[in-house]
Design a protein around this ligand. Structure first.
Ligand SMILES: [Zn+2]
Length: 248
């Protein structure tokens, strides 16, 4: 069977999503994931999720597998030659592709949506927490219960094996915070120092390194939601909790 037919058979175009286009140094090139290929690639490396699996493909094999360069539209992250990866990210591409995509997701949750930001009030009430909550409650379009959250940013929730739950959200100054959800006694001493200082006004840790923090949480997590809008994340938590049975 000619190679083109074989690869077409393997592709599941209906579920395929082009997640990222990345590039690495020539010296750091990676193996193309197309089963029949075996070449090394370093420019326009395509990361695709197909049928629940991640594929790292050279641009030629991508075009062969799906029919054309443009068959899956534009990538969620990266374009053209591809987003250049650091050494660390190159390693993640090979060994921890999911974690790399999560990093892109975190980066993308701080987009430069200038127009949207301009439409928001330029200053926050510098008053106590209760005033922030009132401000949030008085705005029906406010996505989260916290007025400090950056507009259009995504959140993610992780449920740990110890029963605690944590929400990662982004503040207007682009810092990532980790907030107990729901709040419990002693939350501010429940996590190791890598989670950074507590911001008492926001009621959470200000994360010095969001990737390291998420890695720690994942090692201790029972489950996590997909990163997304506040309402979607809450809906996912609710359905997980329903599936786990009624609370005592
Ligand atoms: Zn290839």
């Amino acid at each position: 069977m000619p190679e083109t037919e074989l690869t077409a058979l393997c592709a599941d175009r209906a579920t395929a999503k082009l997640l990222a286009i990345v590039s690495v140094e020539h010296a750091d090139r990676v193996r193309c994931g197309q089963p029949t290929c075996g070449h090394s690639v370093y420019r326009r490396i395509h990361v695709v999720r197909e049928n629940g699996k991640l594929l790292v493909l050279g641009s030629t094999c991508f075009a062969k597998r799906y029919g054309a360069d443009t068959a899956l539209g534009s990538a969620r992250f990266g374009a053209g030659e591809g987003r250049p990866l650091t050494q660390e990210e190159r390693q993640m591409l090979v060994t921890k592709t999911e974690a790399l995509l999560e990093r892109f997701e975190v980066e993308a949750s701080a987009p430069n949506l200038t127009a949207a930001v301009k439409a928001m009030p330029t200053s926050l009430p510098s008053s106590p927490v209760s005033a922030l909550y009132r401000a949030a409650a008085s705005k029906p379009h406010q996505e989260t219960p916290w007025a400090w959250v950056k507009p259009w940013s995504s959140v993610i929730f992780l449920k740990l094996k110890d029963g605690s739950g944590w929400m990662r959200a982004q503040r207007r100054d682009d810092k990532h915070l980790l907030v107990p959800w729901p709040v419990f006694d002693g939350w501010d001493e429940a996590l190791p120092p890598l989670f950074g200082p507590v911001d008492s006004e926001c009621g959470g840790h200000v994360l010095p390194d969001v990737v390291a923090a998420l890695k720690y949480l994942r090692n201790h997590a029972e489950w996590e939601t997909r990163p997304g809008r506040w309402s979607d994340v809450l809906a996912e938590i609710a359905s997980r909790n329903r599936a786990a049975g009624p609370a005592e």
